[in-house]
Design a protein around this ligand. Structure first.
Ligand code: ZN
Length: 319
């Protein structure tokens, strides 16, 4: 049992990553393919099968006991299906059945990517040791997940904690999800860049108009760039404060590309939290950057299966 491994899949709109992961969270074997996101569903599945095929070819595959999948959402963990927004060929796609068939009938666990990142941070990262946590990914979109009472809380379909689509601006801009003023519509990387450009900020000679370029400009003192990050921080703070007030989290962990802006994001975020997280039981909320980085999806998928989808084994199996 000591040598048991799990196969982990991290499926996003850009890449499909796979790994064999041991019980202490070490990644032993890796495989990766670009996601043929614009192709039909079976073509996307062939890329997944190709990643699994490469993992299967490793001698370590003999020790694999289960497969964990973290996928871009929405997912339906109950039905075993995925409908990633950025992979139109997959709508209600029976990914769990297909992966089970491709791996000779191994048990398969599916969670959304926000929940996977949360599992990773609770296992190996900044939320380790916290029984009540919100973990967020702020990048092209804004996702998240919850740990409550010491256990991962994926919810019935695996999407709980999806803070990106909480409205923090009642009459705000229309969000692609259909609601208005969502956290994601204000705080995602593309929206930080859009707002900066609308305010008059212009990319440098390299033409880089990304949120990372806005972050660099903000760090250099550009007022429009600073204001765009402050607005994003305000939206994140309002969403975090609402979550903390609702379910009493002790820490909010923030990862994803936009979190790479460092203090450009975290300083105004901590300030804004003082405005929104006001009650005695949320005032001491900790905000911390994520620690598991680009492997969060793989580690989280592994955690979801090796520690149980709710982290039941956390007390005994975590090193
Ligand atoms: Zn929305």
């Amino acid at each position: 049992m000591h040598n048991d491994l799990v196969a982990a899949l991290d499926i996003g709109g850009t890449k499909i990553a796979g790994a064999l992961v041991d019980g202490s969270g070490r990644i032993l074997v890796r495989a990766q393919r670009p996601t043929p996101a614009r192709e039909d569903g079976e073509t996307v599945m062939r890329a997944v099968a190709s990643v699994l095929g490469e993992l299967c070819a490793s001698p370590s595959w003999l020790h694999v006991t289960a497969v964990g999948i973290g996928s871009a959402g929405p997912v339906d963990a109950h039905a075993g299906t995925v409908s990633p927004v950025n992979v139109p060929g997959w709508r209600g796609y029976p990914l769990v059945d297909r992966v089970r068939a491709a791996t000779g009938g191994l048990p398969v666990e599916l969670v959304g990517d926000g929940v996977a990142m949360t599992a990773a941070e609770h296992w190996q990262g900044a939320a380790r040791g916290y029984d009540d946590a919100l973990c967020m990914v702020v990048s092209t979109g804004v996702g998240g997940g919850l740990v409550l009472g010491g256990r991962l809380h994926p919810g019935p379909t695996g999407n709980a904690g999806h803070i990106g689509h909480i409205s923090v601006d009642l009459d705000g801009d229309l969000c692609p999800c259909g609601a208005r003023g969502c956290v994601e519509r204000i705080a995602s990387g593309p929206n930080i860049a859009r707002r900066a450009i609308e305010g008059g900020w212009r990319p440098g000679p390299d033409g880089d108009g990304s949120a990372a370029a806005v972050a660099a400009a903000a760090a250099a003192g550009d007022r429009v760039a600073i204001a765009s990050f402050e607005r994003a921080a305000q939206a994140l703070a309002a969403g975090i404060a609402a979550t903390a007030t609702l379910v009493e989290i002790r820490i909010a962990v923030i990862g994803g590309g936009v979190a790479g802006a460092g203090e450009v994001l975290f300083a105004p975020l901590r300030r804004a939290l003082r405005d929104y997280a006001t009650l005695s039981f949320v005032r001491d909320l900790v905000v911390a950057p994520a620690m598991t980085g680009t492997d969060a999806g793989l580690l989280g998928a592994a955690a979801a299966v090796s520690r149980g989808p709710r982290g039941e084994a956390a007390a005994t199996a975590a090193g």
